[in-house]
Design a protein around this ligand. Structure first.
Ligand code: ATP
Ligand code: MG
Length: 444
């Protein structure tokens, strides 16, 4: 029975008291991405399992242990997306977007699924905002994508995130680096965790991403990729840093950032918060110049990032940042009886058509209970509708903040009420501006 009233482990509900702010956040993310020319793409929740095996990489944690994979009734193996890049690139290929103007700038907001141990900042269903830019190999593209993430944090007023930057080179630089890493880690065979022992043979760079304290300690002395970069990769990295310097975006070069997914090349980065505990990576991304070809498309350099909105919200809560977006009630109409209720419903309909957030009684409550309700929902104005008011054709509208009242004719009530709201906004604005010298203002 308990199963019926308990959400699956690692999933969460967003209740009405937070969804308004969530929607504000989601809209803001898209609006900022749009200022950079990114356009939304929507792809399915599940894809062929092979797409993720190829696109995320066989040696990654995600593919090895975290995917929700099942056979559908037709016997196809499908997987709930663990991330957004593979699906976006699949769509880019399937619909021939590589023939359109390049770069293609795509963004998305989607739920991802990973079978991980649920803890603070780690869920089995989580939301990611991501962008992908396909078709540019230039370091300015890297800088643009990083500055988009940075702009999101700035706009939301988030401070104290650290941008950690690294280059993991191209397959050429990596050959030599893998050999050096292997040699180094061989010396620690007896201390590495079981997973890292496997990684040692298949993909030693993965070890640098291990979260076990012992492996982390061993990694501290490992060879550094930056010492193995070829000339082109080094030049690219230097140029990315120069762009970031020019835009005033602070970063720390961190050779420990290798990213969890296999397809990355050259620039990789993470925005990390130290304030929300071990799951501090709010945004991670980088270049994946080999992925499009790996999935059967034309050689297309590309890059992007994924930002966990759950962790983003944790950081904001931690810094006391409140987003707007609570649903408001502009006016509550309180009918005194059944007859008045008919009229209240009509007036409410006119107000709502005009965009005014209106509520009225749908529970048959007494006037006293209605006023209590109006107070509870934070109605800005209330108006009682009784037989006297109907006979006079005028409603007395009460401002709940200061108790002041004014009369508005029932005929065309929505126009009168909107004028009242507008007057109040204007007077609030002018008192807020009092004492501030505006350009063009009159000298005293
Ligand atoms: P981590 O190292 O924390 O496991 P990751 O490298 O696996 O992260 P990515 O695949 O780069 O994460 O995903 C991009 C972003 O998505 C992360 O930076 C994080 O904000 C978010 N994210 C990843 N996994 C989860 C999860 N299980 N729950 C909540 N958010 C997540
Ligand atoms: Mg992970």
């Amino acid at each position: 029975m308990a199963l019926l009233t308990k959400a699956v482990k690692g999933t969460q509900d967003l209740l009405p008291d937070v969804t308004g702010r969530q929607r504000y956040l989601e809209n803001t993310l898209f609006e900022i991405a749009e200022t950079f020319g990114f356009k939304e793409i929507r792809t399915p929740v599940f894809e062929h399992t092979e797409l993720f095996q190829r696109g995320v990489g066989e040696t990654t944690d995600v593919v090895q242990k975290e995917m929700y994979t099942f056979d559908d009734k037709g016997g196809r193996s499908v997987t709930l997306r663990p991330e957004g890049t593979a699906g976006a690139v699949r769509a880019f290929l399937e619909h021939g977007l590589f023939n359109e103007t390049l770069p293609q700038k795509l963004c998305y907001l989607l739920n991802c699924y990973r079978y991980e141990k649920p803890q603070a900042g780690r869920w089995r269903e989580f939301q990611q905002f991501g962008v992908e830019m396909l078709g540019s190999a230039e370091p300015s593209a890297d800088a643009e994508v990083i500055s988009l993430a940075n702009e999101i944090f700035e706009f939301l007023g988030i401070e104290g995130l650290e941008l950690r930057l690294n280059s993991i080179g191209c397959p050429e630089c990596r050959k030599k680096y893998h050999a050096a890493l292997k040699e180094y880690f061989e010396g620690f065979r007896d201390r590495l965790c079981g997973t890292c022992l496997e990684r040692l043979d298949k993909n030693p760079m993965r070890i640098l991403d291990c979260k076990s304290p012992v492996c982390k300690e061993i990694c501290a002395g490992a060879p550094v990729i930056l010492d193995y970069l070829c000339d082109e990769c080094r030049e690219h990295f230097e140029s990315v840093k120069k762009y970031l310097d020019g835009m005033g975006i602070a970063y720390t070069v961190d050779p420990g950032i290798v990213r969890g997914l296999d397809y990355y090349t050259r620039t990789v980065f993470e925005f990390v918060s130290t304030a929300i505990g071990a799951q501090g990576t709010v945004c991670g991304g980088g270049r994946y110049d080999g992925l499009v070809a790996e999935l059967g498309g034309p050689q297309t350099p590309a890059l992007g990032f994924g930002m966990g909105t759950g962790r983003l919200k944790m950081v904001m809560e931690n810094s006391g940042i409140n987003l707007p977006g609570d649903n408001v009630c502009d006016i509550y109409l309180a009918p005194m009886g059944k007859e008045e209720s008919f009229r209240a419903m009509q007036i409410a309909a006119d107000l709502r058509s005009a965009g005014v957030h209106t509520q009225t009684d749908v529970s048959g409550r007494s006037l006293k209970a209605q006023m209590k309700y109006a107070d509870k929902i934070g109605a800005k104005y209330t108006a009682v509708i009784g037989s006297d008011e109907l006979a006079a054709g005028v409603l007395k509208v009460k401002n709940m903040a200061d108790g002041s009242t004014c009369e508005i004719e029932i005929d065309g009530f929505e126009d009168g009420f909107m004028r009242l709201m507008l007057d109040n906004v204007t007077s609030d604005l002018s008192s807020a501006l009092e004492g501030i010298d505006l350009p063009g203002g009159k000298a005293e």
